[in-house]
Design a binder for this molecule. Structure first.
Ligand SMILES: CC(C)(COP(=O)(O)OP(=O)(O)OC[C@H]1O[C@@H](n2cnc3c(N)ncnc32)[C@H](O)[C@@H]1OP(=O)(O)O)[C@@H](O)C(=O)NCCC(=O)NCCS
Length: 202
């Protein structure tokens, strides 16, 4: 397996990615291992999507609340640590031509399970999410040896629930906000109830 360097300070990682898919019309979609220079575009997609998915007037959650979560340099540094420098994680970007159109991040969490921790695409329904997810799952299975992939979805995110349930994920349990370590530090109104889903990779 070829080896690439993401950034001088990182360990060498296997160049698992670079899969190309033909898609109707435009440039082929390339799924590649993410590097530091991809983080800004990936985080911008997540920010933009989050403003749409997590704004909830019934709960009093505004776009400003989402913006206040912080999408600048601090988050770039956090994702560099969490996904690029962490040997138990990997991040992939989907590129159409020169444009990053989505990203996926997988990681082994402290509970000992492998997660699709993040999956965001710039636009819905173009097949980008499907390609990113299947690359992430293949990586978890072939490189990390995972037999299952877990994902946590906020319970009001029907689009994402439909997406995963339509791709062989099954419901495991609800996660109440108070029990999810990812919620620590978030304002209470942003601590959404979530659902844990799982897919067998074998
Ligand atoms: C959930 C998400 C990753 C799916 O990615 P995507 O790029 O839309 O995925 P695809 O295009 O491969 O598939 C989307 C499905 O919606 C359908 N679809 C078609 N047009 C659509 C549209 N305009 N809007 C939404 N879905 C559409 C697709 O046909 C496909 O249906 P299928 O499940 O029956 O095959 C994406 O919507 C997203 O980024 N959502 C916001 C962030 C999020 O919730 N992430 C998950 C939690 S980590």
């Amino acid at each position: 397996m070829a080896v690439i360097r993401l950034r001088d300070s990182y360990d060498q990682v296997p160049d698992f990615s670079v899969t190309e898919m033909e898609q109707g019309g435009s440039a082929p979609l390339r799924i590649e291992t993410a590097g530091f220079s991809d983080l800004r575009a990936a985080i911008d997609i997540e920010h933009d999507r989050s403003r749409k998915v997590y704004v909830d007037t019934a709960r009093g959650i505004t776009q400003q609340d989402i913006d206040d979560l912080g999408w600048g340099e601090g988050r770039i540094n956090e994702y560099e640590r969490r996904y690029l420098e962490n040997p138990n994680a990997r991040m992939f970007v989907a590129r159409e031509g020169d444009r990053i159109v989505g990203y996926a991040a997988v990681m082994l969490k402290n509970d000992g399970a492998y997660y699709v921790d993040k999956l965001y695409t710039a636009e819905s329904g173009k097949g980008w999410g499907t390609h990113l997810l299947s690359t992430a799952e293949r990586f978890l299975h072939e490189v990390f040896g995972a037999s299952k992939a877990y994902v946590v979805v906020t319970e009001n995110n029907q689009e994402a629930l439909d997406f995963y349930l339509g791709r062989d994920y099954g419901y495991v349990c609800d996660i109440r906000p108070g029990t999810d370590p990812e919620h620590y530090g978030l304002a209470a109104k942003l601590a959404f109830p979530k659902k844990l889903l799982v897919k067998s990779l074998v």
